[in-house]
Design a protein around this ligand. Structure first.
Ligand SMILES: Cc1cc2nc3c(=O)[nH]c(=O)nc-3n(C[C@H](O)[C@H](O)[C@H](O)COP(=O)(O)O)c2cc1C
Length: 82
């Protein structure tokens, strides 16, 4: 997904009926967090269920694998996907 927006992904989402589908946005960033990504995805897939998203700073991923694992584990619990 491109930084801050995702036209190809949004076109994909708008092309299919995503009723009963679960969507989750996860990304790395260096300050922008999810930006408008989550609201854009939700608007492009109004019938889908949006699960809890996660945005982890890329610096953390690169420098602290243990912390990254903890963040991902907590996030998976929150989504119910674990
Ligand atoms: C919502 C969103 C916000 C992002 N914010 C930043 C940012 O603040 N700074 C940055 O350097 N990259 C940012 N990125 C880029 C990602 O860190 C990453 O490099 C990019 O999504 C490509 O990852 P991939 O090769 O795994 O697809 C952002 C990406 C997304 C989707």
């Amino acid at each position: 997904m491109a930084w801050r927006n995702a036209p190809p992904v949004l076109t994909f989402l708008e092309s299919y009926d995503l009723s009963r589908k679960k969507l989750v946005s996860f990304n790395t960033h260096e300050g922008s967090g999810q930006s408008e990504t989550v609201s854009e995805i939700a608007a492009s897939a109004p019938n889908a269920e949006m699960l809890k998203d996660i945005a982890i700073q890329g610096k953390v991923v690169q420098e602290d694998v243990k912390r990254t694992g903890e963040l991902l584990a907590d996030w998976l619990c929150e989504t119910g996907l674990n």
